[in-house]
Write a protein that binds this ligand. Sequence first.
Ligand SMILES: *Cc1c(COP(=O)(O)O)cnc(C)c1O
Length: 402
Amino acid sequence: MTCRSSGDAGHLPAPGPQAVFADAAEVAARLGPDRPLFCFAPAVLANTVETFIASFPGDVSYAVKANPDERVIAIMAEAGLTLFDVASTAEMALVRRLVPGARLNYHNPIKSDAEIASAYRDFGVRRFSVDHGRELAKVARIAAGDRDVEIAVRFRLATNQGALQDFSSKFGAPPEEAQVLLAEAAALGFRPVLTFHPGSQCINPEAYGEHIAVAAEIARRADVEIATLNVGGGFPAGYTAMAVPPLTAYCATIADMVAEAFGGQAPHLECEPGRALVADAVSLLARVKLVKPDSREVYLNDGVYGALMEFSQCPRLLPPMRVLGHDGSTRAGAMCGFTVYGPTCDPIDRLPGLIELPEDICENDYVEFGLIGAYGAASATRFNGYGDIATVTVKRTLTAAG
Ligand SMILES: *Cc1c(COP(=O)(O)O)cnc(C)c1O
């Protein structure tokens, strides 16, 4: 095994700040970066957003928490998205500044009085989600009598299968409570809306169907005609070794079940994906700091306190990976399992299990991790002085298909 000792990329002209690289391999070869970088592909993002808008039988909003990068929000707006799901006043300020005419759905079911007041008065928010009577009372105190205000009652099912991250453990009223909340919201003069979230990376389209059937039942029992049904996020991205149904299967199941369950009184539909819109638009390019060949241990310059936090919490969200030499060539050695660590001095900064990497991986090589656009950039911390990850622009990112 021959290892080149340093990232001697000096033989190529230094690209300007506006440079657009073909892919992460070209970034590695031309910049030889010693700090981790995000490789962002605006064209991939625009294409995903346009496809989602064209496919979904209703309005598409973007759940900002998945990736609040300003470039991401700007591309979304250019691609025609005008509806944003915001969970905090900081997210409201961000979207208002970048997309002044956007409509904001404040779909965090737990809000302080001050946050509700600021949303309503400072940011013009007219849609609030609630999953408890005390939360509805808070909104009613601030927006009493405003018939433009929509209350989205968030409900959950008793059992929820098919998603990798179950949101129903934290949010959502059981159907019988949701029914009471919906009737109360309507009686207060607010526009009644129902919403749910089937859980993130939901690989079973039927989970949406089950929720929609229950939504129709809640509305019927509350004797309320809902203005809108928001089917939440949860649409999956194509992680490695995971069969993911196509978006068209979700859209068909949703449209069919709405027609079946609501009949002639079909509500207007909305969804609020995060992951599915942004995941494949960003790769992470991390550098190998050290390889201990005997013990098959690899130390990278980014890890679980950086952009790989979600993977560490949920090992099935295995990102596609490839190992690049300092000249951008792909390492093609036989694959074997390595223990992979991040750069901090904390023992939990270790990727889950053993990671399959080519046996010829070397110091100063790069590992490209695909599908880092959702909950990667967004959750990097500055722990131990790491995690300040700059972004470069590329045309292509790594996907499970290569
Ligand atoms: C996080 C979140 C979303 C987005 O979920 P994804 O699984 O990323 O699509 C949508 N709605 C709400 C209320 C959320 O909290």
